[in-house]
Design a protein around this ligand. Sequence first.
Ligand code: MG
Ligand code: MG
Ligand code: MG
Length: 311
Amino acid sequence: MTENIYVVGHKSPDTDSVTSAIAYANLKMQMGAAGVIPAAAGPVNNETKFILDHFNLQAPMVCTDAAGQKIILVDHNEVGQAVDNIMKADIVEVVDHHKIGDIQTGKPIFFHNEPVGATGTIIASMYQQNNIPIPKEIAGLMMAAILSDTVLFKSPTCTEKDKEMVAMLSQICGEDPMKFGMDMLKAKSDMGSKSAEDILMGDFKKFDFAGVKAGVGQIEVMDLSDLESKRGAILAEMKKKVEAENLDMIVLMLTDVMKEASDLLFYGNDKAALGFEKAFGGKIANNSIYKEKCLSRKKQVIPPLESAFKN
Ligand code: MG
Ligand code: MG
Ligand code: MG
C-alpha cells in the first residue's frame, strides 16, 4: 500500500493555491507517482468556485491538520500560513513563488522557488520541461491562477514568463485570457453575499515583522465604492481579530483593480501605527492610507512594513 501524499496550499486559500494543488497532483501522477491527492486548507472562495465550475471540476478535499501526513506545499512556505501542525508533518516538496519563510525539514527535499507571478506559472513550465501533456481543464486552472495572482498582468509581480505561460495555456484550454479574466474578476467582486468577516479573512496572511505580529489581508474589487457601506463593519472585525489573536496590527488592502490603487485600512496599537505610517509615507486618516499604483501585497506592502519595523 502506498502512503498518500497531500498537495496543499496556504490557509485562506486563493485561486493559485487551490489550482496549483490540483495541477501539481496531476503532474506528479502523470509522471508515475501514486497516491498524490490535491487538497485545500479551507473552503474555496467565490473566484475559485467560478473557475472550478467553469471547467466542471470539484473543489479539492479540505485538509486542516497536517500532523503525521506526507505533504507537498504549494504557493507558500511559512508555518503561519500553512495548515495546522505542519511541523509535525513530513514535508516532501515545496513549490512556491514567495519569499523564503520559516518552514524547516529534517532532510533535503525538492524545493522549487521562483520569483514569478504565480505558482501556476512554475507548474505549467514543469509540464513543459517534462514533456507531459496538459489536460484542457488543468490548463484552464493554471491560466486562471496566473491571471488571478498577477491581477490580469497588472501587478508588478508579473513577469514575461507569466505572460508566455498564459499564451500557451489559453491555446490548450480555448479561453480568451482577458475575457475570462474579467469574468473571474466579476465573480471575485461580488460582495453581496459577503460578511465583513468573509471580506477580512478571504485572503489573510500572518507575518512577524521583527517581533511585531501582523495580519495582512487583501480584497480586490472592480470598484472601491462597492465596499464603502461595509467599511465600518470591516474595521470592527479587524479590531475583534487583533484582540482575539493578540496581534499588534492588521492591514487590509482594499484594492481597486481598475484604478490600480489600494486603500490600506489599518487597525493596531500605537507602535504599529507609527511603523505603518513610516512604511507608506503618510498619516493615517479615516483609518487608512490610500496608495496609488499599489496592487501587490508581496511586493508593495510586505517589504515596506518589514523595513519600517527593522531596528
Ligand atoms: Mg496564494
Ligand atoms: Mg500565488
Ligand atoms: Mg493574491
